[in-house]
Design a protein. Structure first.
Lengths: 291, 789
């Protein structure tokens, strides 16, 4: 379990990093926290000819206010977001979901951008980003562009990133008025990737009726999965136990999960509905009814 | 002999060193000029090797040596030694150092590369070109045993290498007239020990003196030394094998020879430079022996009151591609199956079967978990079918305290009669029931059920054969410094021998535990022994330590009597001194006695029987001694996700006299953790092609601190009459009944009839949805599992 030979670059600035990507993009890999990449290297499942280590690039790790929501630098450690008071205040779903990501040791190395750009279909952060309508800032020597979650998550371990691009920031819009939120997951063990997980964001009106519902699953598809018909079924209604259960059933019917050695497709489908119903009820209980 | 230390929870001598990173594991050995090895392993489960092209690899930078089967000396081209023959093992096929033209499991070594770094060695291994002709593999145990299966070893004409039956009483007659017979099929799947330190070997060859020094993370340094001496035609005293600190053994490291244990010394001798090979984690999954896979067709005959009339099991044992270790595991499984119960008529028959999978040899429990699972499941089946309380059925069948010694009529793995030497099984059960709150359980369970919560209580009892022969030894030396050194050849993989043995010695010689330095697992320090396995080190080596300590004590008194001009039986030992009873000022230090016992000139009296304060003693038990225990637990199953939470776990355990309860509780807690892994998480999944799908810790799931609850432990002490210290082994106790226990608890929660282990979330939900406890779709608010495409 020693990597195949590779070249190593440790750029000291964003410009140097982008220049390295311009030169080596297709055969290069970016090293952020290394929690997924290093094992893949050790098992020779990836063989980049160049490793571009981002850990010495300044100004990629931050949590900043952004139009009522947050902008998070791609190299921000997951543990830092978990501990960040601004993040806790504006988007408390982040802290709740991050507790499900690996273990504290892993989150201390692992970065927000690394997890999103790796796009593991069972990871928590992509589902959270999808439920939050995140926007992704992609930079290259050619310039910068911003894409939304459905475009960013392009498939199994695949994103919209071009070979010469890197994710530099993720922007999370403010939660809707009266927002309730929840994250629920089942994993084989504490800290494992999800068998099934779901992130939920609900908005409500003064009458506690749902104005907006966003629900993103992980572990049941090639990437984070929004089920629009399930979300729509809640709009204009109070999120009662019965409504939550019905939404769970709609989601179950819409999902087409896979089987693997850890769980059958039937298990994932069933549990997706159970967790959706539970998360919706919890999110509804957390709604702060606007006056 | 005082017992100031024996039985006390003394903190471990080795912990300051180990916990501050100052242990010495094989990978810490860094001799100058060291080269590093990597192994090219078969990617196929069954194939012929048509051609191997080494040219590109051999020419790569830093490569010192590349070996295939053709490059080995004739002695090492032959199959490696058969370890434990048995008359019924008619096809005793053993593994090769390097594959001789055919591979029989994924991971089998094909070529061996030595280079200046492990990185370069792996690069070169990758550059070796091997052409394989694929053969149809057989990975499934039942398929392999069936006629017409692909053959792992063609010359056998079958994959069944052994068939063995033991019979007690007249089972046929008992089944024929029994009022009730219940049959069930039980399956237990494969797991791996996954010790935190993988295997590793360093070999240092001195071509001038022709001495070979080996560091090996083995559980059996002396047999390795003896075997290497024979294979390389060296005098035994020219080979020294050291098992330094070893990060976990659990059985697989008792196996010998793993190919690398031959190839690393061979390379060091060819190159005249030290060579190191450290198994990486991915190799560990395909190159270190595995265990547990058995399929039992079992039946039990009982009378109207649930008293056992007869038990019978016929089972298949998956041996993997070779069977170097013989049929120890199925013998243990079939004989320990009977557990603490009085079974007048018993029959067990097994077939050991080759498959195209990794070799099987004992892993902590060594067949006992499977045997216990079968027996405990049968007991609960009887209770359910007859409408009896499952505890009551156990009570009616337990061997009673006045029945010891109790002869089961079986022959154990040591070829000695399986006779339970002592015990009190009803007391174990009652104490565990009290600790878990069995009396209030029905009310508690019913109350939870009314809230929609699924709680279950499990119980399981087991007997553990421990402390088998043939022998172990120990030499104890008091040096003129007053320090005490002891050496025994059993290796230590975390069991705290450097403390437990020191406690025994400290009591005999009147010193502190930390004054005694114990060396284990170094053939250069003590050259006789067999190894650490079968929960035997404390029993067999521990009693040798006790005998040697008493001999040194006697010698100390004899020599000191002369110095103090007193009679030996007027002397006492304490605080590192010998003094005349009643006049503590008439004293001489142990160091001075040691110096006096080894004079530079003059004479030594014949009654000293030689110089120095030193003695070597051996202990050879007549047969095994039998520990026992009862586990009980309460778990909760999420009705929506089948996730399991363990609320409480209690163990009541009897391993005779306890040397150190702190160490014992650690053993039990660790065993329970491994048992929880085997019940819910750890499963080696092979596909039909014999490819192992679980080759990382992301797919082979070890329980962590988040999955393992604290264990409440109660001790009973029924001393063994078979050894002077009255002790029994405890190494495997924690793990044996765990699968049976959780099956019992899940059945209690769901009304299921669990017959397989391990159980994933997904499998549990399947069972839950088909069980009487299945929540209605409305109650869950969602569709039932299994709907849809």
């Amino acid at each position: 379990m020693k990597p195949a030979p590779f070249g190593y670059l440790a750029p000291r600035s964003r410009e140097e990093a982008l220049d390295a990507l311009r030169r080596f993009g297709p055969e290069a890999k970016l090293l952020a926290g290394g929690q997924s990449l290093v094992p893949l290297l050790a098992m020779r499942l990836v063989r980049p000819s160049v490793l571009i280590d981002l850990n010495r690039v300044p100004d990629l790790a931050y949590v900043r206010p952004f139009r009522g929501g947050l902008a998070i630098g791609a190299m921000t450690r997951q543990r830092a977001v978990e501990a960040d008071p601004l993040a806790a205040d504006r988007i408390p779903l982040l802290r709740e979901a991050l507790r499900w990501v690996g273990h504290p040791q892993i989150r201390t190395r692992g970065t927000v951008g690394g997890s999103l750009a790796h796009a593991d279909p069972s990871a928590e952060l992509p589902a959270v980003a999808a439920a939050l309508d995140a926007r992704f800032v992609l930079a290259s020597a050619r310039g910068q562009r911003v894409v939304d979650a459905p475009r960013f998550f392009a498939g199994y371990l695949t994103t919209a990133l071009e070979p010469d691009e890197m994710l530099v920031e993720v922007r999370l819009p403010a939660l809707p008025a009266g927002a309730g939120w929840a994250f629920a997951e089942v994993a084989r063990r504490h800290g494992d990737f999800a068998l099934v997980g779901v992130a939920v964001v609900l908005g409500c009106d003064p009458d506690r009726r749902c104005t907006e519902a966003r629900m993103a699953f992980t572990g049941v598809s090639h990437g984070p999965m929004r089920v629009v018909e399930a979300e729509q079924s809640l709009v204009g209604r109070r999120v009662t136990a019965a409504a939550a259960a019905e939404t769970g059933r709609i989601a179950q019917a819409a999902l087409e999960p896979h089987s693997d050695i850890h769980a059958s497709a039937a298990y994932r489908r069933h549990v997706a509905g159970v967790l959706a119903a539970r998360a919706l009820e919890q999110a509804a209980a957390r709604m702060q009814v606007p006056s | 002999m005082g017992t100031r230390w024996f039985g006390e929870p003394v903190r471990r001598n080795e912990d300051p060193r180990l916990l501050t990173g100052r242990g010495t594991y094989v990978d810490d050995i860094q001799p100058p000029g060291l080269l590093h090895a990597a192994v090219l392993r078969s990617p196929h489960a069954h194939a012929r090797i048509r051609r191997i092209d080494l040219r590109r690899a051999a020419a790569m930078p830093g490569v010192a040596l590349v070996l295939t089967h053709a490059d080995l000396p004739p002695t090492l081209q032959a199959p490696l030694p058969k370890l434990i023959p048995h008359p019924t093992l008619v096809h005793h096929k053993t593994q090769y150092a390097l594959a001789p033209g055919k591979v029989r499991h994924v991971g089998e070594p094909v070529a061996f590369v030595v280079a200046t770094s492990r990185y370069l060695a792996e690069d070169a291994a990758e550059a070796i070109e091997v052409d394989y002709d694929l053969l149809p593999p057989v990975a499934d145990l039942e398929a392999a045993a069936a006629p017409g299966s692909p053959l792992v070893h063609e010359d056998m004409g079958t994959n069944v290498c052994a068939e063995y039956t033991q019979r007690v009483g007249d089972p046929d007659a008992a089944f024929a007239r029994a009022p009730h017979i219940f049959r069930e099929r039980f399956c237990m799947d494969r797991g791996t020990a996954a010790s935190i330190e993988t295997r590793g070997v360093v070999a240092i060859w001195d071509p001038r003196t022709r001495h070979l020094l080996i560091y090996d993370s083995t559980q059996a340094p002396i047999p390795i030394r003896n075997g290497l001496a024979r294979l390389f035609d060296l005098p035994q005293h020219h080979v020294r094998v050291v098992a330094p600190d070893v990060g976990g053994g659990f059985g697989p490291k008792i196996m010998m020879f793993y190919p690398e244990e031959i190839l690393v010394p061979l390379a060091a001798m060819r190159l005249g430079r030290p060579v190191k090979w450290i198994e990486d984690r991915r190799e560990n999954f395909v190159a270190t022996n595995q265990e547990r896979e058995q399929i039992h067709d079992a039946e039990i005959a009982v009378d109207e009151e649930g008293r056992i009339l007869a038990v019978r099991t016929r089972f298949l044992y998956d041996s993997g591609a070779y069977i170097p270790y013989g049929i120890i595991v199925p013998i243990v499984a079939s004989t320990q199956l009977v557990g603490p119960y009085r079974i007048p008529n018993y029959e067990c028959t097994f077939k050991a079967v080759f498959t195209n999978k990794v070799i099987v040899s004992p892993y902590r429990g060594a067949g006992r978990p499977t045997g216990c699972f079968v027996m405990e499941r049968l007991i609960e089946r009887v209770a359910r079918e007859l409408g009896l309380d499952r505890v009551e059925v156990r009570r009616r069948n337990l061997i009673q305290p006045d029945e010891f010694p109790y002869d089961t009529g079986l022959i154990f793995q040591d070829n000695a009669p399986l006779i339970y030497d002592s015990g009190n099984y009803p007391a174990l059960l009652e104490r565990a029931l009290e600790m878990i709150g069995y009396r209030d359980w029905p009310a508690r369970q019913a109350a939870a059920r009314r809230e929609g919560r699924l709680l279950g209580l499990g119980i399981a009892l087991y007997v553990e054969g421990t402390g088998i022969g043939p022998y172990e030894g120990c030499r104890i030396t008091v040096e003129p410094s007053g320090r005490i050194f002891a050496a025994t050849s059993v290796g230590t993989q975390g069991q705290g021998h450097q403390t437990a043995f020191a406690q025994i010695i400290a009591d005999a010689l009147g010193v502190g535990v930390s004054d005694v330095v114990v060396t284990t697992g170094d053939s250069g320090a003590f050259g006789w022994g067999t190894g650490t396995f079968a929960s035997r080190a404390a029993v067999v080596a521990g009693n040798a330590v006790g005998l040697a300590a008493q001999a040194v004590r006697q010698k100390t008194l004899t020599v000191a009597a002369r110095l103090l001009e007193a009679r030996p039986d007027d002397l006492e030992l304490a605080d590192g001194k010998v003094f005349v009873r009643g006049s503590p000022s008439r004293a001489v230090s142990l160091g001075d006695v040691a110096a006096a016992a080894n004079p530079l000139r003059g004479t030594i009296p014949p009654e000293w029987e030689g110089p120095g304060l030193e003695a070597s003693r051996y202990f050879a038990p007549p047969r095994g001694t039998y520990a026992a225990g009862c586990h009980a637990a309460i778990l909760e199953i999420d009705p929506g996700t089948a996730a399991v939470r363990i609320h409480q776990y209690v163990v009541v355990h009897d391993c005779g006299k306890v040397i150190n309860p702190l160490i014992l509780e650690g053993q039990i807690q660790g065993g329970v953790a491994q048992g929880i892994g085997g019940a819910f998480y750890e499963k080696l999944v092979y596909d039909a092609e014999g490819q192992l799908l679980t080759q990382t810790f992301m797919d082979y799931l070890l329980p962590t601190i988040a999955e393992v609850p604290p264990v409440e432990i109660g001790h009973l002490e029924t001393p063994s009459p078979l050894n002077p210290l009255g002790i029994k082994g405890a190494g495997e106790a924690g793990v044996i009944p765990v699968a049976a226990l959780f099956a019992s608890a899940i059945d209690d929660a769901l009304g299921t009839r669990i017959t397989e282990m391990p159980l994933s979330h997904s499998r549990l939900l399947d069972l839950l949805m088909r069980s009487p406890a299945a929540p209605t779709a409305e109650a869950l608010g969602v569709a039932a599992v299994g709907d849809g495409p």
